[in-house]
Design a protein around this ligand. Structure first.
Ligand code: NAD
Length: 488
């Protein structure tokens, strides 16, 4: 099966309301067969500056009320919903995730837009009771939230649509103008989103330039965004290395960094092992393991290790590997050769260091160039690469422990701190883990990958700074101003 989209996927960038080309272009390929499906321009530094300046001018010119911003985002959501199947096909085409998962991503993105629309109506300040301090009884004071100006949104390859919406939706809800920069290898679905946004802008009182999207090299675009004074905020989702580079070079700009993870899920002996195994494998293998909060490490009480591993092996073997456009497929190719090679290297080194392959372990060849089988590894120790590093692939390392203290210690044995999961029926144990695990979210009786789009979401330590989730992102993309009235 293959991509079923009638229109051309040789796309342009959106700058100041105009669809704009560049001298150099880069191809987008379908990961499962390497076939070219489209192309996008490589933005020059001047074009990035143009986009920022168009956004700045639009921000200055915009008079949209909260209700009009609500309408703009609702209209965008309607347009995306109308194009849902086309956008899902494009996500699978460029990123390689199974078509069912791509449809879910479009559905979530539509909801993220609608939640953002609602949040536009909730930019509350607060009344400050001035008489709380001696001598101020006659004074009045309140705060109001105001937009920042130009917000830059930089996104990774793995959820090329919804992660862009997570930034652009709240940024527009708060009254900002945006410049989007999707991942170089998966830019097309984000451009379809900006087509919906621009159509909605044209049918509204909003000025052209309120939404812009540039494509191409991350470092070219990133450096221009960092250098430009008009960019008030950068919201970045991607690797920890690039996130740290942005943090070091962003000066006084607002920064949201949603970075890598090495998320643990603890399975304790008082839980339904089969049900936990099912969820753990789903959480480790969806999108071929290319999910920031996927199950990266399974930490299990030694008394149930064999039972859990057997159930995980059964769950893995029930997954269908193949063409992502095939409705039956659960696991397809990784996004590109680099991502695939990283997983192969981590796997081979972990085996060399003594881990046991319980199922899977095959990759490439007849399976497809960048396809890796869902693989359960047992006998994994904390120093092995599969336990130590973020593995963006369908590898599930199992680490056995003999006490809950050791489970917590192992869960925290990482530089990352994105999300964690725990399966237990014991409320005290659950609360202990919630308090002791050093991560942005601790999810009880589910896996680390648990996420609804309005939840506060964001990691600790090397997993980032700031929160996403509509309400929290709107707070990041706005500032609180105090207005005081002095009565003489
Ligand atoms: P990446 O860091 O390679 O790229 C992310 C984006 O940054 C791309 O758009 C890229 O073009 C751009 N970029 C590259 N160099 C840049 C620079 N110097 N300045 C500015 N932008 C630059 O990440 P990736 O491989 O696309 O995505 C995988 C990573 O993203 C994983 O580490 C994963 O854990 C992380 N991720 C985190 C979350 C989260 O919410 N915490 C969600 C999804 C993915």
């Amino acid at each position: 099966m293959s991509l079923d989209v009638a229109s051309s996927l040789d796309k342009r960038m959106l700058i100041a309301g105009k669809w704009t080309d560049s001298e150099n272009r880069t191809d987008v390929v379908h990961p499962y067969d390497g076939e070219r499906i489209g192309s996008v321009p490589m933005a020059t530094d001047v074009q990035v500056r143009d986009a920022v300046e168009a956004a700045e001018a639009a921000f200055d010119a915009s008079t949209l009320s909260a209700y009009q911003r609500y309408e703009l985002l609702e209209d965008t959501a309607d347009r995306l919903e109308e194009r849902a199947e086309e956008v899902a096909q494009v996500i699978t085409g460029e990123q390689g995730k199974p078509i069912g998962e791509a449809r879910t991503e479009v559905d979530r993105a539509t909801q993220t837009l609608r939640l953002s629309a609602e949040q536009a109506k909730r930019m509350f300040g607060e009344y400050v009771p001035m008489d709380a301090q001696k001598g101020f009884a006659k004074d009045h004071c309140f705060t109001q939230r105001e937009p920042l100006g130009v917000v830059a949104a930089i996104t990774p390859f793995n959820f090329p649509l919804n992660l862009m919406v997570h930034k652009v939706g709240p940024a527009l809800a708060a009254g900002n103008a945006v410049v989007g920069k999707p991942a170089t290898n998966t830019p097309l679905s984000a451009i379809l989103l900006f087509e919906c946004l621009q159509d909605a802008v044209e049918d509204s009182p909003a000025p052209d330039g309120l939404v812009n999207v540039v494509t191409g090299s991350g470092s070219t675009v990133g450096d221009e965004l960092l250098a430009h004074d008009a960019v008030e905020a950068i919201s970045f989702t991607g690797s920890t290395g690039v996130g740290k580079y942005l943090a070091e070079n962003s000066g006084m700009k607002e920064l949201t960094l949603e970075l890598g993870g090495n998320d643990p899920t603890i399975v304790w002996h008082d839980t339904d092992v089969e049900a936990a195994a099912e969820q753990v494998v789903g959480g480790a293998c969806s999108n071929a393991g290319q999910v920031c909060n996927s199950v990266e490490r399974v930490i299990v009480h030694e008394s149930i290790e064999d039972e859990l591993v057997d159930a995980m092996v059964d769950a893995c073997r029930s997954l269908t590997i193949g063409d992502p456009f095939d409705e039956e497929t659960d696991i397809a190719a990784m996004v590109d050769g680099d991502q695939f090679e990283d997983v192969v290297e981590i796997f081979e080194e972990t085996i060399e260091q003594g881990a046991t392959v319980e199922c899977g372990g095959d990759y490439g060849g007849d399976l497809g160039d960048w396809v890796f089988e869902p693989t359960v590894l047992s006998g994994v120790t904390p120093e092995m690469p599969a336990a130590k590093e973020e593995t963006f692939g369908p590898l599930v390392p199992v680490i056995s422990v003999d006490s809950f203290d050791e489970a917590i210690e192992e869960a925290n044995n990482t530089n990352y701190g994105l999300e964690a999961g725990l399966f237990t029926q014991d409320i005290d144990r659950a609360k202990r883990a919630a308090d002791a695990i050093n991560a942005g979210g601790v999810n009880i009786n589910t896996v680390s990958g648990f996420r609804a789009d309005h939840m506060p979401y964001g990691g600790f330590k090397d997993s980032g700074v700031g929160k996403e989730g509509i309400k929290y992102a709107v707070e990041h993309f706005s500032r609180e101003k105090l207005v005081g009235f002095h009565q003489g």
